[in-house]
Design a protein around this ligand. Structure first.
Ligand code: AMP
Length: 242
């Protein structure tokens, strides 16, 4: 399997059968620390508005799992909780945003993660004459992030993201009773989590100011129930959906 196969898999070309008018034109970045719920909320937006979630973390994990050369290059940095090189990540993003399903809009999750990536994104979108609409900061208190990350599990059957501290017991039981396993991400261990949060503080958090300066930042409180966060998120991007 090559990396292009991985990207194609994620671009779910069956979307082409969805009438164009059901797509949304929103082009947004979800900004926030690891554990702020970007992935969970991006999946919900994708399901409701047919705007694809573009997660560099998911794309990289798939490349690692498929054993592609790019996955092999990225693995050590991911295991340590460091950033993968800009060159690799920008290559992925260019390829992913060129897929048909991303032409009408996208929800970037986990990208950009530093100033160079933010500048590169501007350049790519300027070429496509498709500027970013907004960057939504998913704001969560630091102590809550730790619990979200150490408790995070994925159901092996449904791919649903659960949390052993916060998810309803019924959701956890449903996965196990159906024969699923609760899988912990490789990088959700305490040593790596600490580094990922540091990397966020040092390299990614400055993007909050970057997008504020560009007049593109909105902030959503991402604490509390997933449904409540989702409602606040939708409210914050209301004017963007077509
Ligand atoms: P995530 O699933 O977004 O938490 O990403 C998991 C890991 O993938 C990160 O800790 C990084 O090692 C790598 N990664 C994901 N997105 C990026 C990015 N935009 N730039 C550099 N590394 C990334």
């Amino acid at each position: 399997m090559t990396f292009t196969d991985v990207v194609r898999y994620f671009s779910r070309l069956d979307r082409d059968v969805i009438p164009r008018e059901k797509y949304s034109d929103m082009r947004i970045v979800l900004l926030g620390a690891p554990g702020s719920g970007k992935g969970t909320q991006a999946k919900r937006l994708e399901a409701e508005y047919r705007t694809p979630q573009v997660s560099t973390g998911d794309l990289l994990r798939a490349a690692v799992a498929a054993g592609t050369p790019l996955g092999k290059q990225a693995k050590a940095a991911m295991d340590a909780g460091d950033l993968v090189t800009d060159e690799i990540v920008l290559g992925i993003i260019r390829e992913r945003l060129a897929q048909p399903d991303a032409q009408a809009g996208f929800i970037l999750d986990g990208f950009p993660r530093n100033a160079a990536q933010a500048e590169a994104l501007e350049a790519v979108l300027a070429e496509l004459t498709a500027p970013l609409d907004t960057a939504v900061l998913m704001d969560v208190d630091f102590d809550i992030l730790m619990k979200r990350l150490t408790g995070r599990r994925t159901c092996s059957l449904t791919g649903k993201v659960l949390n052993v501290y916060f998810s309803p017991q019924a959701d956890i039981d449903a996965c196990i009773q159906a024969g699923g396993e609760l899988i912990k991400r490789d990088d959700d261990n305490e040593a790596t989590i600490g580094n990922r949060l540091n990397v966020y503080r040092q390299q990614t958090a400055p993007l909050i100011e970057y997008y504020r300066r560009h007049g593109k930042l909105v902030t959503v409180s991402a604490e509390g129930e997933i449904d409540a966060v989702y409602r606040r998120l939708v409210e914050s991007i209301k004017g963007l959906k077509s």
